[in-house]
Design a protein around this ligand. Structure first.
Ligand code: ADP
Ligand code: MG
Length: 287
């Protein structure tokens, strides 16, 4: 989030606003004038209460805003550059090219794994979606490499998703998101639905991947414990806007608004009870 010209930026958002438009409801502005910069190779966390606009912003950064459908938000203001591509008004071809370079772990990625495909087949899917005639041997190699990178035993490759634990399924989803070797990984609530006992494993796998492969990562989580474990710099959103931006320590040491004060309390409680009771009080309530 520095603006030094010498730093290569993976993401540059200037005054970005995003809206949902559906036939039944009036247009809704979910992201309101957000500006942020993420340098290449950084890991930045985005937090905030439910409904703050985190997932909407994540979709835009993943290059998926503006496509067809009511459930897809549209950028209605500002400028957004992702990996050097101007996302606002991007066409279908441009979007297809960009999404090959951005790994997107959706909020519900683990549930979206195909129940009929093995772990290896699920992970290989993006490879064949990109190139139907890709060499089977090379794909198998790439799949084994990423399964290992997310610290899953290779013995799981022929299992079906239902035969795995929640944490294993989430790591399969993570492996699938990075199998095309993206320069940028956007992970939306990567520990949602993951048993508390294995949350740290999922997070450590994510952080190690980011470090070892020099990937830029944006990790969205409403759980401050999650971000404390892997990110030093965070963006705090509320009502579609950024209300805090910087390193976790200084944001929680001198909290400037009620949400940040709650975050500071949640953070202080972390020392006592590492990863479970880490949501700021009222984080699911719109004040
Ligand atoms: P977060 O991920 O921080 O919980 P979201 O980005 O999912 O928040 O949602 C931000 C706001 O946009 C919320 O008020 C939500 O109700 C609204 N929203 C999300 N998806 C849609 C949609 N498909 N149509 C209309 N409004 C939506
Ligand atoms: Mg969300």
């Amino acid at each position: 989030m520095t603006s030094a010209k010498s730093v290569e930026l993976a993401v540059s958002a200037r005054d970005v606003s995003m809206m949902y438009r559906s036939n039944h409801e009036r247009p809704y502005l979910a992201v309101r004038g957000v500006s942020l910069e993420v340098a290449a190779g950084d890991l930045v966390g985005i937090t905030g209460e439910s409904g703050a606009g985190k997932s909407t912003l994540a979709l835009a950064i993943a290059g998926l805003a503006g496509g067809a459908g009511d459930a897809i938000p549209r950028m209605c203001g500002g400028q957004l550059e992702v990996l050097g591509t101007n996302v606002r008004g991007i066409g279908r071809r441009g979007r297809d090219q960009l999404t090959l370079r951005v790994g997107f772990l959706r909020q519900d990625a683990a549930e979206r794994l195909s129940p009929l495909l093995t772990v290896a087949e699920n992970v290989a899917q993006p490879i064949y979606q990109r190139d139907r005639r890709f060499s089977v041997a090379e794909a198998a190699d790439a799949v084994a490499t990423v399964i290992d990178a997310v610290r899953l035993p290779l013995g799981l490759m022929n299992r079906l998703p239902y035969q795995l634990s929640s944490g294993q399924r989430q790591r399969v989803a993570l492996a699938r998101a990075i199998v095309l070797e993206p320069a940028l990984l956007v992970a939306d609530e990567p520990t949602r639905g993951v048993d508390a006992t294995v949350r740290e494993e999922v997070l450590d796998a994510l952080r190690d991947l980011q470090r070892d492969r020099g990937i830029t990562a944006i990790v969205v989580s409403s759980d401050i414990a999650v971000l404390t474990r892997i990110a030093s710099r965070i963006v705090v959103m509320q009502h579609g806007m950024i209300v805090g931006l910087g390193d976790i320590d200084s944001l929680t040491m001198a909290p400037e608004n009620d949400y940040l004060k709650g975050l500071a309390r949640a953070r202080a409680a972390l020392g006592r009870d590492p990863i479970q009771t880490s949501r700021p009080p009222g984080s699911d309530r719109i004040p």
